[in-house]
Each structure stands twice: as C-alpha cells, then as structure tokens.
Design a protein around this ligand. Structure first.
Ligand code: 4AD
Ligand code: MG
Length: 463
C-alpha cells in the first residue's frame, strides 16, 4: 500500500475507517503488556500520529527495536481515538522496521534539549519538533517569495556566485582560487601572479547579486534574484551568517518611493502567507518560545511602516536621553540597538529610514542634491533591526563614475556596470531582503543559527 503523509491524515477526517500506511520516525513508545502506543512523526507536520499495537497481535520481541529515533512503516485501520490529545490513531496490522536507533547513543532523547545543544547536533536537529517547524516555515517563505514576484511579472534572474567585483565595497569577500597556497606563483615584482589562477584574475564568492541584477532590470524591466551570498566579516552576532540567502529585486523606472512601497508590500505578503499556510508550526513555536509571536506578526501586517530620513532618526536618538553602548551622532552607522530603539520604543512600528550619509553607504546609490546623503532605504523591524537594505541607484554616468573614482574602485572591474549608464540609462531601484532575518522574524527565534539548516559562521563550517 502507498504511504500517506501524516499531515494529510490529520487534515482528512474522511479517511477514518479506511486502511492507511504511514512511514516515519518514532518519537516515543509507551504502554503495558496488553497495548503499546507509538508516537510517529514523518516530518510533514508538527503533529505526531498515534499508532496502537495490540499485544495479542505483536510480540515484545517485535516491538523492542521501536525506540526513539527508529524508522518504521505501519499499515492498519485509521480509527477515531478515545485518548486525549489526538483525534485519530492507527490500529497496527503490519509493522516494518527500517532502521533502529540505539538508545545508548541516539542524542535526541525525549525532550528538553537546549537550542545550543541542538546546534552541535545540526545533522539530527531537523528531527525535533522545533526544527521541523522552523524548516517548514522557511520552505513556505521561499515559495511565497517566488509566488509574490512571479505573480507581479518579475523575472527570476540567476546571478553568478563567483565574481570579480565587490558589490558592497566592504572588502569582506571569500577568495576563490585554485592556486597552490603553499607555493604561490609570483610576478617579477614579487606579487601573486593571478594570470596563473583558474580565471586568470582574482575572484571571490559574491556578497550580492545586485550589480548583475541591474543588468537584468535594465533589460527585462523587473527582476529578482534569490540565492546564497557570502560575507567574510568576522561578526559573531545572533543576526549575521557568513553564508546567507538574499532576495534582491531590481526594477527599472522605480524611484525610492516605489521601492519602499514594494518592500513593504513584499514583506507583508510573506508574513501573511506564513500565517495562512504554516499556522500549526507558528503556533507551536509561539507556545514554546515566544508567546507574543503571533501578535507581533499581526501587528506588522496591520500597520503602515513609518518613513523618515536618517537625519530625523538620528535627531530622535540624540534627544531621547537613552545611553547607548555605541554613541550616536550624524554620520555614524546605526547599530542594531539604535534601530531597535526607533522601532520598539519610539515609533512602536516598523520603520523605513532613508537618505543616509553617503560615506556609510555603497557607491552605487543615487546622490542627493545636498552633496552629503544618498537615496538609501533600510527597513527596520522589531526584534531584528535591519531586515532590508536598498536604494534608488545612481543612473547618471558622470556622477557614478566620479564616485567610483573617489572610492578608488578599480575601473577594470566595473566597465560593464557603467555601460548600463552609457546606453539607455533609466531611473531604477532595488533592495535586498536577508532571508534568514525574515525567517527569524516569522518564527520568533532569536539566533540566526537556528533558522538555516547548516549555519556557517566564523570558526564553524561543520556538517
Ligand atoms: O544591506 P545589504 O548589505 O545590501 C546589499 O547587499 C544590497 N546589494 C541589496 C540591494 O540593494 N540589492 O544586505 C541586504 C540585507 C540586509 O538588510 C540583511 O537583512 C541581510 O541582507 N544581511 C545579512 N543577513 C545575514 N547575515 C549577514 N551577514 C548579512 N548581511 C546582510
Ligand atoms: Mg545594509
């Protein structure tokens, strides 16, 4: 008989009375010499299905290998359950044991493991209720993102992961090379001879697909990327990963207001999608980790984001009288404590800050007439701080070139990017959403290492 997933069984009362087969991993087994109960989970939902073994039909010998973590297949009749905590259960007729799990060594015994402990067991943690829920929410959010953009007619553009240019100009890139590190080929001047390297020049893993995204937007009109990005910053925080996923829409003929409108509509759509499609997972996470989670999600959906300039934001921070760990004044990059103060204490709403000082933002942003600020926009969220960073782009060839030269960005890396401003240049805008920050927000988790299956952070690339 064909396997039916537990999520479907729990959602289909009409199946009661029929023969079904389920396959999954044992969460617990308990009972007595007359009857044994197994809680089975197959990863399709947070709920377990109860399997009842009548000990007139099964022997202790047969059941002794059914311990926590073992994988089994069971066929039998689905019946309404008398017991508390479940609506239906299977009366087992046949049992197949696929794999045992030695209780002496299987790390995930019953319950009560901390998230820290589970990070060390990232190869098995997807089998816990918590990580099952997080990973299903993550998957649904990824689908929602494609659905949102595809329904709007945006093209999904695949930008390269190996690149020769540093989009964000932060210099925090992982080099990609096949040169022998122990014996590097040198030029006559004693420098590394990259002409001998795989691509004939220095390359690195991308920090952003934006520059290539702009090439797509100035041809297809509206595009989005959705892929892994890499940052070699040594920031060990609950909000930074060395490898994270980013969504970067880029749109021709959008100014910064159009860009903000899209960003707000987009994140709200994703949150709504998760609430509508992952209700039991989100309820589970709320119950166990964050009682205010659902209220917070609804709150973001039901409120317009506050929009103000960086200059206005800094003024509020300077005058609020609060002592921050990092002092704040015009010109400083905002820290997460400042962003969260504006969102959580001052406005009590998500905030979009615009028009940052050009010195703390990337070279490609549209320069304002004041000569000091650029048309940047950061979306700031409760509990998270910056969730989106974006801008209107500098569309003027001369201004862009001047900024590139001012920052000493090597022109030989940038000629193709500048060509978008030489041929049919258009006003255009875009932004980047950090996927894991969105998953953090929607799941109510507090550490970004817990919302990606296999986190990469400084000193950690296990699994
Ligand atoms: O603000 P960032 O650096 O902007 C860009 O990369 C632009 N090229 C985006 C664009 O305009 N197309 O990064 C965008 C977002 C941040 O707001 C944050 O949510 C996330 O990416 N992010 C990280 N997430 C996890 N770990 C890190 N180390 C991150 N760095 C940025
Ligand atoms: Mg940013």
């Amino acid at each position: 008989m064909k396997r039916i997933k537990i999520a479907r069984i729990l959602a289909s009362p009409e199946l009661i009375g029929s023969e079904v087969c389920v396959k999954g991993w044992v969460r617990t087994r308990r009972g007595n010499k007359f009857v044994q109960f197994v809680a089975l989970n197959d990863g399709s939902c947070v709920g377990n299905l109860q399997i009842v073994f009548d000990m007139n039909k099964f022997s202790d010998e047969q059941l002794k290998e059914i311990t926590t973590g073992a994988s089994i297949g069971v066929c039998g009749k689905l019946v309404e359950s008398m017991g508390k905590g479940q609506t239906c259960e299977i009366q087992a007729e046949t049992l197949e044991i696929y794999g045992t799990a030695d209780p002496a060594t299987y790390p995930l015994q019953k319950k009560g493991h901390t998230l820290e402990f589970l990070r060390e067991k990232a190869h098995l943690r997807p089998r816990t209720n918590t990580f099952g829920a997080i990973l299903r929410v993550r998957s649904a959010l990824a689908f929602a993102i494609h659905k949102f953009f595809q329904e709007k007619g945006f093209a999904y553009l695949h930008t390269p992961l190996i690149t020769g240019s540093d989009c964000e100009g932060a210099g925090a890139m992982f080099q990609v090379t096949t040169l022998p590190l122990a014996k590097l080929p040198l030029t006559e001047n004693g420098e590394v001879d990259y002409s001998k390297d795989f691509f004939g020049k220095p390359t690195a893993l991308t920090v952003s697909g934006q520059l290539e995204g702009e090439l797509g937007a100035t041809a297809l009109g509206e595009i989005y990327t959705f892929g892994p990005t890499f940052r070699a910053e040594n920031s060990n925080t609950p909000r930074h990963l060395s490898e994270f996923w980013m969504i970067e829409p880029e749109m021709a003929f959008y100014d910064i207001t159009d860009n903000m409108d899209l960003a707000e509509e987009f994140v709200k759509y994703c949150i709504r999608y998760a609430l509508d499609n992952c209700r039991s997972d989100i309820e589970f996470l709320s119950e166990h980790f964050d009682k205010e989670l659902i209220g917070r999600l609804e709150f973001v959906l039901n409120n317009d984001f506050v929009r103000l300039t960086y200059t206005e934001g800094v003024k509020i921070l300077e005058e609020c009288g609060k002592k921050f760990e990092f002092p704040v004044h015009w010109g400083t990059d905002l820290q997460s404590e400042h962003e969260r103060y504006l969102v959580e204490q001052h406005f009590r709403k998500p905030v979009i800050l615009t028009d940052y000082p050009k010195e703390i933002k990337a070279f490609y942003m549209k320069q304002n007439a004041d000569g000091k600020t650029v048309r940047a926009m950061d979306v700031l969220f409760p509990n998270i701080g910056e969730i989106i960073g974006g801008s209107e782009r500098e569309a003027d060839y001369d201004k862009l070139l001047a900024r590139i030269e001012e920052l000493n960005i090597p022109m030989k890396d940038m000629w193709w990017y500048l060509d978008t401003r030489r041929y049919g240049s258009v006003p255009h805008s875009g932004f980047g959403l950090g996927f894991e920050r969105l998953v953090l927000f929607v799941t109510g988790m507090t550490n970004i290492r817990d919302v990606i299956p296999f986190p990469r952070t400084p000193n950690n690339a296990e699994f």
